[in-house]
Design a protein around this ligand. Structure first.
Ligand SMILES: Nc1nc2c(ncn2[C@@H]2O[C@H](COP(=O)(O)OP(=O)(O)OP(=O)(O)O)[C@@H](O)[C@H]2O)c(=O)[nH]1
Ligand SMILES: [Mg+2]
Length: 400
């Protein structure tokens, strides 16, 4: 699963990416700081199964801190866009070409309104984040329509002559966007356009289809960034009143807390609602002031918003569940004795065999049965897994 970070130029996408991944890609107060996409690993945060089972775990590919499991997810930070990108303005559609593989999107906006529509710095409170939300979505739809529309009448005629199904033709056009076929079929059905011959589709039909498909296939959460600036509060209220689900966010504050935590200045875990200055730490005036601002923000909004946005992308938009594969259902360990060594994010509805497949293709191929470590009961290949399940897989491959 890949989460794409998109938005207008200069809103804080790279700062969000850096805060989430602890990398340090360039961020600066001018548009188009990012041109080539940055790829990194962020983390979804869940309550770790170790507490419920009362075990001391030692994860291999994820981290457990104070009973919280941080599970790696891939993040992509791409170039920003400006109105008219589909027609070549700014860096054009570069951002979409780079974000096309994303399964869900974190749409970052400058809630403080300190950038104009082209991403140039303006006095705080003068930019309009509501406009930004709308135009970015429109650009996405127009970009998709552009791909579908290219040589439409010719392709539609050929498809009709060859008796090719509409869904097949659309899937071919949209290959590269990582959209599952069933979503294309569902959109054809729901739009009512399945009743119309492709050669009869108008430009508006294509746009309508692309809009409906984008909403389904590339779900997004709006992140109201720069929420630490005073001008952001009123805009966040406005966005909420307009019915938008927004996550108030201060990427810079998250990055600062992570740094301070690494240096041993504060105790803070990503996603926490507060932080503590560690006993015995003497803060200078500048540090005190910065932490005071962050504390005010967390009191107002509950957290810095970075972790919340990633969790919403994983669990609300992508509807993933966290499942722990183990090799010993009693010790909850792998062969080397690592307890709860691994955790997988799987789509809701995944089966025990699907889990096996994520561990190793051979494990799925030779699947015999699985064991639910909580109940110690045997489960079959088609058994649907639940969030938090701890599962042992027994396979001809693992026995052999
Ligand atoms: N006050 C405040 N400023 C922020 C925050 N996040 C980012 N910024 C500032 O916003 C400016 C742009 O940040 P970037 O991360 O480069 O933005 P971007 O969206 O990646 O920009 P492009 O790559 O140019 O599209 C920088 O000056 C950041 O310091 C935040 O949470 N609060
Ligand atoms: Mg950037």
């Amino acid at each position: 699963m890949i989460i794409g970070i998109i938005g207008k130029a200069n809103v804080g996408k790279s700062t969000f990416f850096n805060a989430a991944t602890e990398l340090a890609v360039p961020s600066a107060n001018y548009p188009f700081t990012t041109i080539e996409p940055n790829v990194g690993v962020g983390y979804a945060r869940v309550k770790c199964a170790c507490r419920e089972f009362g075990v001391q775990d030692n994860p291999v590919h994820s981290m457990c801190i104070d009973g919280n499991r941080f599970i790696p997810v891939k993040l992509i930070d791409v170039a920003g866009l400006v109105p008219g990108a589909h027609a070549g303005k700014g860096l054009g559609n570069k951002f979409l070409d780079d974000a096309r593989q994303a399964d869900a999107l974190v749409h970052v906006v400058d809630a403080s309104g300190s950038t104009d529509s082209a991403g140039k710095p303006v006095p705080a409170g003068t930019g309009d984040p509501m406009f930004d939300v709308r135009f970015v979505e429109e650009e996405f739809d127009l970009w998709m329509s552009g791909i579908v529309m290219r040589d439409w009448s010719k392709t539609a005629r050929e498809a009709e002559n060859q008796g090719q199904k509409l869904e097949q033709m659309l899937a071919k056009r949209l290959s590269g966007l990582a959209i599952p076929d069933h979503l294309i079929s569902a959109t054809v059905h729901e739009s009512g356009l399945g009743l119309k011959k492709p050669t009869m589709w108008s430009e508006d039909d294509i746009k309508k289809f692309c809009h409906m498909l984008r909403v389904k296939a590339k779900p997004f959460v709006v992140v109201a960034n720069k929420a630490d600036l005073p001008s952001a509060d009123a805009n966040i209220v406005k966005m909420k009143q307009a019915g938008l689900e927004v996550v108030p966010c201060a990427s810079e504050a998250e990055a600062m807390l992570k740094k301070a935590s690494k240096k041993g200045i504060v105790h803070y875990l990503p996603g926490d609602g507060s932080f503590d200055v560690r006993p015995g730490v003497a803060l200078n005036e500048q540090q005190k002031k910065a932490l005071e601002i962050v504390k005010g923000l967390m009191d107002r909004y509950g957290s810095t918003g970075v972790q919340e946005a990633i969790n919403i992308a994983c669990f609300k938009l992508l509807k993933l569940i966290a499942v722990y594969p183990v090799e010993d259902e009693f010790r909850l360990a792998d062969k080397k004795g690592n307890v709860l060594p691994d955790v997988r994010l799987l789509p809701q509805g995944s089966t025990a065999k699907d889990l096996a497949g994520t561990v190793h293709a051979d494990l799925a191929k030779g699947f015999l049965y699985a064991v639910d470590a909580r109940t110690k009961q045997r489960i079959g290949a088609d058994h649907h897994l639940k969030d938090g399940d701890v599962i042992k897989i027994v396979s001809a491959a693992s026995r052999g």
